[in-house]
Design a protein around this ligand. Structure first.
Ligand code: PMP
Length: 360
């Protein structure tokens, strides 16, 4: 068996110890005689798995007691509508920062429910920087402020947490949650699709301050009402049990690795290694403002785009897969989430340097 270094933006690599444990427990989870996928979500076995996963996530992120943690379905994209439905609270306006492809999608969906004030936009420079705090033109009547701390496609990450004058700050952390410590108390709501740093696709995490829930707009579907989900411990319907279990194994793995402080050190090192060789080369280029470069998604182009296909083919032969950039940006993108080991980044760096030497 030869595992590859998979640089996919998501679904992405999972830690090998997690996959091995899932394999070992596949036919018989801890003497239950069942696979987790076969368990009733209301049985004591799965209830203990679910509770442990939540406790571990709370510990990793130091989530304050007045926040609910929801384990939902529908991906981050469903939250693009659940957020306005639950947080408008009778108001008709919300502030959104437009910093890339995913914030654009969140804005388009929010417009179905309210008037969106685009409080900052960086489309003038093709989303290659983060707006500064001073640039944010926040609306006085906004019910909340939404932003995307890490734009997965453009590889742009906010180097600061926006200050919102007391308005609830909502963050789509799909591609950055668990990459480093977060001060959850600065946010009204954080959401993330799981398929990058958390676990497999099919699970969506929502962390929401208790006082913000319970006032959904009329017509909000029951499944999208955070209060219903919170009161039902995310089991209003059958939750994505197996994905929840795998996420729990990832949380245990993160704790074993030393938690999010330790991950932040490793992730900063991995990203720096890649950006350093890109910057040192005239053959590779990353267009993003160095202040706002993502630790998780590193897009880069080759000086000669005619070599793109050869780069991808040879990388694949070297066991380095899914490096093709998003079609809207072109070039390459290396996603280096928590589960990408430093050896994987070293292997990519060595490949890139050799490719430049022979083809550049
Ligand atoms: N937001 C961000 C920042 C993302 O990276 C993604 C997925 N790549 C999404 C939202 C959409 O997530 P999902 O596919 O889980 O709906």
């Amino acid at each position: 068996m030869a595992r590859v270094y998979n640089f996919s933006a998501g679904p992405a690599m999972l830690p090998e110890p997690v996959l091995s444990q899932a394999r070992d427990e596949m036919l018989d989870w801890q003497g239950s005689g069942m696979c987790v996928a076969e368990m009733s979500h209301r049985g004591k076995e799965f209830m203990s798995i679910a509770a442990q996963a939540e406790a571990d996530l709370r510990e990793l992120l130091k989530i304050p007691a007045n926040y609910k943690v929801l384990f939902l379905q529908g991906g981050a994209s469903t939250q693009f509508s659940a957020v306005p439905m639950n947080l408008l609270h009778g108001g008709g306006k919300a502030d959104y920062l437009n910093t890339g492809s995913w914030s654009k999608k969140a804005i388009a969906e929010a417009r179905r429910f309210c008037e969106v004030n685009v409080a900052a936009a960086t489309d003038d420079c093709k989303f290659t920087r983060a707006p500064t705090q001073e640039e944010l033109a926040l609306g006085a009547e906004a019910a909340y402020v939404h932003y995307t701390p890490n734009e997965t496609i453009e590889g742009v990450e906010f180097p600061y947490v926006p200050e919102t004058n007391g308005k609830p700050l909502v963050a789509d952390m799909s591609s950055t949650l668990l990459s480093r410590p977060v001060d959850v108390s600065k946010y009204g709501l954080i959401y993330a699709g799981a398929q990058k740093n958390i676990g497999p696709a099919g699970l969506t995490i929502v962390i929401v301050r208790e006082d913000l829930i319970g006032q959904p707009i009329a017509g909000t579907p029951t499944m999208l009402d955070y209060k219903v989900q919170a009161d039902g411990d995310s089991m209003y319907n059958t939750p994505p049990t197996y994905a929840w279990y795998l996420a729990g194994l990832v949380f245990q793995w993160l704790k074993d690795k030393g938690g999010l402080e330790a991950m932040a050190e490793i992730n900063a090192r991995k990203a720096k290694r890649l950006y350093d060789i890109i910057d040192a080369s005239a053959f590779y280029n990353n267009p993003v403002d160095p202040q706002a470069r993502s630790w998780m998604n590193v897009p880069f182009t080759l000086a000669n785009p005619e070599l793109d296909d050869r780069f991808l083919k040879e990388a694949k032969s070297a066991g380095l897969t899914t490096l093709k950039g998003h079609r809207s940006v072109g070039g390459m993108r290396a996603s280096i989430y928590n589960a990408m080991p430093e050896e994987g980044v070293e292997a990519l760096v060595a490949f890139m340097q050799e490719f430049e030497r022979t083809q550049g």
